[in-house]
Ligand binder design. Sequence first.
Ligand code: FAD
Length: 514
Amino acid sequence: MEKRGDHAVVLGASMGGLLAARVLADFYDRVTVVERDRLSADPVDRRGVPQSRLIHAVQARGIQILDELFPGFVDELTAMGVESWEGDLSTLHFAFGGHQTVRSGRAPNLPVILCPSRPVLEWNVRRRVKAITNVVFLEGRDVVGLTATPGRDRVTGAWVTDRASDRKRTLRADLVVDATGRGSRTPVFLEELGYGRPPEDELVGHFACACQLLRIAPGTIEEHLIALSPEPGRPKMFAMRGYEKDTWMVGVGTMAGLEQPSGGADMLRFAADFVPARVLEAIRTAERLGDVVLHHRVPSNRWRRYDKMRRRPDGLLVVGDAVCSFNPIYGRGMTVAAIEATVLRDCLRRGDRSLTRRFFRLSARKVRVAWQTAVGPDLTLPEVVGPRPISMRITNAYLGRVMTVTETDPVVAGQFMRVTSMVDSPIRLLRPSILLRVLQSKRRRRTEAQPVDEGLAGTLVAGCKEVVPQSGRMPAEVAATRGELQRAQSMRWSTQRERSSRNHGHPLKSVTTR
Ligand SMILES: Cc1cc2nc3c(=O)[nH]c(=O)nc-3n(C[C@H](O)[C@H](O)[C@H](O)COP(=O)(O)OP(=O)(O)OC[C@H]3O[C@@H](n4cnc5c(N)ncnc54)[C@H](O)[C@@H]3O)c2cc1C
C-alpha cells in the first residue's frame, strides 16, 4: 500500500485509538500510540476507561468491521467463550419504546451478534494492534498539548509527559489523531492555536446508570439478551447480557434526572414494575462479582462539529467519543469508532491531500446517522426537553407502525434489528417489501394513538428519496406513505439545529464557540 508519511501519533489507546492505529499502520512507516494508563497484559478494567465496568454491547456492524480489520477476530472471541446470538427470537427480550419484539421464530438475514464484555473486547483489539510490527505503545504518558508550525497551519506533533518522571518531550508526527474520549482537550488546543473551538450539537438527557456483574448458572436465564429501553412515561431502562464464562452484566438506568437506585437490592426494587419476576429472582440469587458500580452519568449526547469549522490546521484528526458521544442506551460509541476507522482508511487510500477536510466531512455523514438514531429515541420521552421538528414527527408516525409490527412479524423485526445494529441504513425500513408488511398489518396498538413516537427520526426522512423505485407499480397506500415522507424530506434535522441554535439555553443546542 502507498505510504502517506513517516510517523503518525495516536492519542489514547481505547477503542477509537486502537482502531485508528490499526488503519494508520498500513500507511505510515511508524505509528506511536500514547496512553496515560499502564496497559495490563490481561483483560481487566482500567482507570482511563471507567465505563468499561458498566454494561456494554458492540453492535453487529462493529463486529463486522473488527473481523475485517483483524481477520479471525470473531473466531478468537468465540474461542474465549463469548456467546453469539444468531437470530432465535425466543431468546431475545427486546423492547424498544414500549414495543416488545416478537418472541418466536427466527429473524431472517441477521448478522451474528456477539456479546463480549468490554474488557475482553478491548483487550483482544489491543493484543492484535500490539502484534503489528510498526506500531509502538507509549504507556503511562499524558498528552498535554499539540505542537504546530510557526504559521500554525499544520499540527506537527504532541507534547507528552511521562507520569512517573514528570519529564516532558515532543513527539513529532506527520499526522496526529486524537482519540482521548469525551474529555478530549483538542477544542482547547485549537483555541490556543487561534482556530477557536468547534461548534457543538447537544441534547441533554441526564442519563445515569448502575451496573452489577454476576455469575449465573447455565440454563437459569432463557434469554441471550434482555434490553428494555425507556418509554414515554417511564424514563427507566433495564439491560442484561451474557458475557464470557457464565458471567452476566446487569444494568439499570434512568433519564431526565430520575433518581437512580442506590445499591443492589434497590436495583431490584427499581426494576420490579417492568422486568419479569423470574429474571429478577435469577439476579437476586446469583453470585455477585464485585460491588455495584453506582452513579455513572452521561449528561448529554454531544457532537463536536469539526466538520463545520471554517478553518482547521492540517495534520490533526479527531475520532471516537472525542468527536461524538451518545446516550449509552443505544450502544453506538464503539461501532461509530470502528466506522470512523474505515472512513480514515478510505480517505488515506485516496492520498493525503486535504485529508483533514475530507475525513471530517465523510465521517460526519456516518456520525449523523448514529446521532439521529440516538437523539430521536431520546426525544420520544416527554421528560426529555428538546424541539421535535415536523420532519421527525412524520417519520416517526411511520416508525411507530414499524415498531408495532415488530411485535408480531419476524421479517420486520429482523429488518428493524439490522438497522438498530447499524448494519443497514434506516432507509431500508422503506423498502417496498417492508412497507407493505407494515401497512398491511391489521394491528392497531395503543402506541399509534400516542402523538409522538420518534424512534429513528429524521434519518428516514432524509434518505427516503433513495429508496423510491424509478419504475414499476406501487400499491396506492405505499405510494401515499412514501409521498408523505418525501414531503418531509426538505425539513431535515438541520431545521432542528437551526431553530435550537436561536434558542440559547435550550437543551438541544448548536453552539459556535469561536
Ligand atoms: C455507561 C456506558 C455504557 C456504554 N455502553 C456502550 C455500549 O454498549 N456499546 C458501545 O458501543 N458503546 C458504549 N459506550 C460508549 C463507549 O464506551 C465509548 O464510545 C468508547 O469507549 C469510546 O472510545 P474512545 O476510544 O473514543 O474513548 P475512551 O474509551 O473514552 O478512551 C479514551 C482513552 O484516552 C486515554 N486518555 C485520555 N486523556 C488522555 C491524555 N491526556 N493523555 C493520554 N491518554 C489519554 C484514556 O486513558 C483512554 O484510554 C458506553 C459508555 C458508557 C459511559
